[in-house]
Design a protein around this ligand. Structure first.
Ligand SMILES: [Zn+2]
Length: 130
């Protein structure tokens, strides 16, 4: 099954973020540790992303939509999303994943628009705070 990469704005994401079938994948590197993050997002740093795809697929079991972002979603977010798409097209894994998206303007745009952020240090983030 061919999947393609699409983009989603922060206002579109906030309207669907409570859907339990959506997972947000943060691929920032060490910035995640001193910046805030989107509540409930998974963290798969871009520098080790390829090696951790099997664990990512495991972590998002039951989800059908993955939304990637980095700080600006210009390089790392789309690159990791495409890496995942290539992996999925070459294996039979992750067949539940129907949509792979990139959050426009990344975490920085999300935060600058006044969207809720989480500052917990839980791994993984439980996503309850705002
Ligand atoms: Zn958190």
């Amino acid at each position: 099954m061919a999947r393609s990469l699409s983009y989603i704005s922060s206002s579109q994401l906030i309207s669907i973020a409570r859907n339990p079938r959506i997972a947000i994948i943060d691929v920032r590197d060490e910035e995640r540790n001193y910046d805030a993050h989107i509540a409930g997002s998974h963290h798969y740093a871009s520098d080790t992303f390829s090696d951790r795809i099997p664990s990512l697929i495991d972590a998002v079991k039951g989800k059908d939509t993955l939304v990637f972002h980095c700080a600006l979603s210009q390089i790392r977010g789309p690159t990791c999303a495409r890496t995942l798409l290539n992996y999925l097209s070459e294996t039979k894994e992750g067949s539940e994943i129907k949509n792979v998206m990139v959050l426009e303007r990344g975490f920085n745009g999300w935060e600058a628009s006044g969207r809720p952020v989480c500052r917990c240090s839980d791994i993984p983030c439980k996503g309850e705070s705002s």
